[in-house]
Design a protein. Structure first.
Length: 344
């Protein structure tokens, strides 16, 4: 899909040395792109990326989305932008919420405004299920990142830059996720630590998250929100499935209890959004609410459909058992390497 759209294009990726960014860089360099601009603040990861790809089309920019000047440098001459830079860890954002504001909200505004100034054709901002009915600082900051993107689309209807949002659940084996933790605990033959056995989470591969962004580039109107339909499983099932497929049998489970800012189920679309959502097969598209601030137009007549709609959550989506979870895990390259005895 990316090949036709990105042919001879220059693509910018903020947070490009992270899990998503690295996967997208690899995919883009396989296509006929003119160049890939990666903005990140981690020089060690940039050096590793430079050595890994050895491609002259890859340009690495050291900087931070909090710094408007470094963002502007990285986006000069860029046609498409994947905005993946963010603070993503729930505990760290709980202790340092002001840092989440600086990166996830103000940094996102910097990216969107710099992209518009540079004449970028399209910006896709990566969000999370934690932005829906948020109960933690990370989710709250991501919800406001979404509002920032939608506000740009609403306030600049004549802009040539299309700004859209993709929202997804847990990306399997991404940096800081639970699967690498379970793998490490299994290696050490330690108990698998889970917070709440019946807690459910969406499961999505990095490949699927990349395809979601590509779908947004192909189909977005200004302010659109896209979600990819995904299955879910309980944390207990995930732990037992991973142990079984890696030959550890029935694992010892240690329950820690729910941490600050954690939900029992995550939600990809609220019921209010489901009322407006367009079913596109593997995806939902939620168009921008472009109503004006003339509240009196909506005072006497409300949304009748909202009361009968339901959220799209990890509690009511397709629920995987242990065997189906194993089948999904087999598609993760890092897990395959574990099966082959090669450390991930």
């Amino acid at each position: 899909m990316t090949g036709n759209l990105m042919a001879a294009a220059t693509v910018g990726i903020t947070g490009g040395t992270g899990s998503f960014g690295s996967t997208m860089v690899a995919r883009l360099l396989e296509q006929d792109v003119r160049a890939v601009h990666v903005l990140s603040r981690d020089e060690a990861k940039q050096d590793a990326m430079r050595r890994r790809f050895g491609d002259s089309r890859l340009r690495l920019f050291l900087g931070d989305v909090r710094d408007r000047a470094s963002v502007a440098d990285a986006l000069t001459g860029v046609d498409y932008v994947f905005h993946a830079a963010a603070l993503k860890q729930v505990p760290s954002c709980e202790f340092f919420p002001h840092q989440a504001v600086q990166t996830n909200i103000i940094g996102s505004r910097n990216v969107i405004e710099a992209a518009a100034f540079a004449g970028v054709r399209s910006v896709v901002c990566l969000s999370t299920d934690k932005a829906v009915y948020p109960v933690n600082a990370m989710g709250m900051s991501k919800a406001l990142m979404e509002k920032t993107a939608q506000a740009f689309a609403r306030n600049h209807p004549r802009s040539s830059t299309v700004v859209s949002i993709t929202r997804y659940g847990n990306v399997m084996y991404s940096r800081g996720s639970v699967i690498p933790l379970f793998v490490e605990q299994l290696r050490r033959r330690e108990p698998l630590t889970i917070t709440e056995p019946q807690m459910t989470r969406f499961l999505m591969s990095l490949q699927s998250s990349v395809e979601l962004v590509e779908h947004a580039f192909l189909h977005a109107e200004p302010g659109d929100l896209f979600v990819r339909k995904a299955p879910a499983c309980t944390v207990d099932v995930l732990a037992r499935a991973l142990a079984k497929m890696l030959g550890h049998g029935e694992p010892e489970i240690k329950v820690l209890g729910t941490r600050h800012g954690e939900k029992l189920h995550e939600t990809l679309l609220s019921r209010e959004e489901m009322v407006q959502a367009v079913d596109q097969g593997s995806y939902y598209r939620v168009p921008l609410d472009a109503r004006s601030l003339e509240y009196e137009l909506y005072f006497d007549q409300g949304e009748q459909k909202t009361s009968v709609a339901v959220d799209y959550s990890s509690g009511n989506t397709d629920r995987l058992d242990i065997e189906r979870t194993i089948e999904m895990l087999k598609g993760i390259p890092e897990v395959q390497r574990e099966l082959e005895g090669v450390p991930a």
